[in-house]
Design a protein around this ligand. Structure first.
Ligand code: MN9
Length: 299
């Protein structure tokens, strides 16, 4: 069975929220339309960028349904089902399948607690068993001390576990993942700042938060890379990184905040981040807008 199912530049979608933390359903479709038209190949829904773990399951389900409906089978939809409560993750996996997702994914269970490799295998095997959908595990910096390769090798024996989204920014480690199963493993780059490194070391694509704001540049970077135009790809990464530097600086510890604000500047109603994230005042908004204009991200 081919496990390399997700390729290209994919956006980790933010969740549009009103002041009460409720999903603004009608805001989902216009952004998806724009991102598809800009060349993105899919969406990662209710992940870190989508603030999934900070939202009630019912709001997550609402967002997933809205994204799948708006996408209408054009891009690939991967739903992040990770939750502190394993039972909720299983419920979310089933909900994603019923809603028509193409895949599911989950952060490791050790966000608060430490688990050993056998426990991690048990966790992911159980979650993957709750659905027939292809399943991407999540290699995060916190698990850097773990032998991800050893874990992944065991997990690839589960028929619907296909690979990992890797945000560790350690490209030797990413390369090692891609060597498993004779390369029949789906490896997706996490850090947007170094997508070109991920692709160079064997990643099949990238998923990230800042793709929402600069979708055409990410799509082009991937396209140039596929065509063997490495100078072109590097020029795109440079343009992108000037944008990311602005988003990180103004995000002040939470890049989703500046990503959502940048989307507002581009005409999409995405609202604030989940409580207790602060909201920008007028002066801060103006400063972010000016900085994004200076690097050509917005007009
Ligand atoms: O996986 C995101 N990683 C985290 C994706 O949020 C930890 C990235 O898209 C980053 O937000 C992005 C900006 O640093 O690279």
């Amino acid at each position: 069975m081919d496990k390399v199912l997700f390729r290209g530049a994919m956006a980790a979608l933010p969740t549009p929220l009103d002041g009460n933390g409720q999903v603004i359903v009608e805001s989902v479709a216009p952004l998806i339309e724009h991102l598809l038209a800009s060349g993105l190949s899919g969406f990662y829904v209710t992940g870190g960028t989508g603030e999934g773990v900070a939202l009630p399951a019912a709001e997550r389900a609402k967002m997933v349904e809205a994204a799948i409906k708006a996408n209408a089978g054009r891009g690939k939809i991967v739903v992040h089902i990770g939750s502190i409560e394993p039972k909720e993750a299983i419920w979310l996996a089933k909900q994603a399948a019923d809603a028509g997702a193409d895949g599911v994914s989950a952060v490791p269970p050790d966000y608060y607690f430490r688990y050993n490799e056998n426990e991690m295998v048990a966790y992911y095997t159980k979650l993957a068993g709750a659905t027939k959908l292809p399943f991407l595990i999540y290699a995060i910096p916190k698990t850097a001390s773990m032998d991800m390769c050893g874990l992944m090798k065991r997990l690839l024996e589960v028929p619907n576990i296909i690979g990992a989204k890797d945000t560790r920014a350690n490209y030797y480690e990413l390369w090692k993942l891609k060597q498993l199963n004779n390369g029949n493993v789906n490896v997706i780059n996490g850090p947007d700042e170094s997508l070109i490194c991920g692709l160079t070391m064997g990643a099949d694509g990238g998923i990230g938060s800042t793709y929402n704001v600069m979708p055409a540049w990410f799509a082009k970077l991937y396209e140039f890379f596929q065509a063997g135009d490495f100078e072109g790809a590097r020029a795109m990464q440079t343009k992108i990184n000037r944008g990311i530097a602005v988003l990180l600086e103004h995000g002040r510890g939470n890049v989703i905040r500046s990503v959502k604000m940048a989307l507002e500047f581009q005409g999409f109603k995405y609202g604030p981040c989940v409580f207790p994230s602060f909201e920008y005042n007028e002066a801060e908004k103006a400063a972010l807008k000016k900085a994004l204009q200076e690097v050509g991200v917005i007009d």
